[in-house]
Design a protein around this ligand. Structure first.
Ligand code: CO8
Length: 261
């Protein structure tokens, strides 16, 4: 039996697909589900067989319709703060997984669901996806990183508009403002996510990893610090077999055979 009650976890050919599986509550994130995500992120981080992670939601209606409102409603101030801190730690862990993480957004990505999608490196949306941060309708701001990640992804003005109005936007609008990387037909969503995963897996694992590290570590500093950091990870790659192989393959006009070493 699976260790996870609210997640389905499949690992095939280097691609791990995590499905948030509480379809009756539109995959809302309660404490158990967040605990399972936390545990699974730790496991994935240590698993060299996992090359790319895809996160999606069970059913055809929701990716994740938010943090579980019935769980949160009775919380006091200290518990609310702890809940936000815990959720932020889990999403930070997902954001900083060594593997690239793709959100396959199959339906509603609201509140904590939009925040989970934004903690992923890349968001592919089904035409049926809807994004939004409706927390201001509930008397709270986003608490799992939404105020920060949305503003970084789409800019301050658009983020404030989405947060203040609680408007839900469709996939086309999410794509237009840079929240979704691409939009595909619902039936093509998982294939599109897997095709992107396979393309990423064909690149140098070291190169990809260092791109992620440089962006995640560098972007929240000033430009000078960020580019200095980039030079460090760039230099580090010259001590790897991937760099020697990638450049040799180019010069020898052949396909590279990357080992991720
Ligand atoms: N929490 C708990 N249950 C939910 C949630 C949720 N976020 N979303 C949906 N459900 C449940 C519904 O209660 C309903 O249950 P039941 O069948 O037992 O009545 C079931 O899922 C199906 O939902 P609906 O009947 O409402 O389906 P509709 O198709 O009519 O509507 C919507 C779909 C528009 C997605 C609607 O369900 C909705 O508005 N959901 C809530 C969306 C929302 O407000 N999300 C944000 C939550 S707050 C949040 O995420 C904050 C994150 C940070 C927390 C930090 C805390 C400190």
């Amino acid at each position: 039996m699976s260790d996870y009650q609210n997640l389905i976890f499949e690992n095939q050919d280097g691609i791990s697909v995590i499905t948030i599986n509480r379809p009756k509550a539109l995959n809302a994130l309660n404490a158990d589900t967040m605990g399972e995500l936390d545990r699974l992120a730790d496991t994935l981080a240590k698993d060299p067989a996992v090359k790319v992670v895809i996160i999606t939601g069970a059913g055809d209606k929701a990716f994740v319709a938010g943090a579980d409102i019935s769980y949160m409603q009775p919380l006091g101030a200290v518990e609310g703060r702890e809940w936000a801190k815990f959720g932020q730690a889990v999403f930070n862990k997902i954001e900083n997984l060594p593997q690239p993480v793709i959100a396959a957004v199959n339906g509603f990505a609201l509140g904590g669901g939009c925040e989970l999608a934004m903690a992923c490196d890349i968001r592919i949306a089904s035409e049926k996806a809807k994004f939004g941060q409706p927390e201001s309708t509930l008397g709270i701001p986003p608490g799992f990183g939404g105020t920060q990640r949305l503003a970084r992804l789409v800019g301050k003005g658009r983020a404030k508009e989405l947060l203040f109005t609680a408007d839900m936007i469709d996939a086309a609008e999410a794509y237009r403002i840079g929240l979704a990387n691409k939009v595909v037909a619902p039936e093509e969503l998982m294939d599109a996510a897997k095709a992107m995963a396979q393309k990423i897996m064909s690149r140098s694992p070291i190169g990809v990893r260092m791109c992620k590290v440089a962006i995640n570590e560098g972007l929240d500093t000033d430009l000078e610090t960020g580019v200095a950091y980039e030079a460090e990870v760039f230099g580090l790659c010259f001590a790897t077999a991937d760099q020697k192989e990638g450049m040799a393959a180019f010069l020898e006009k052949r396909k590279p055979n990357f080992t991720g070493k």
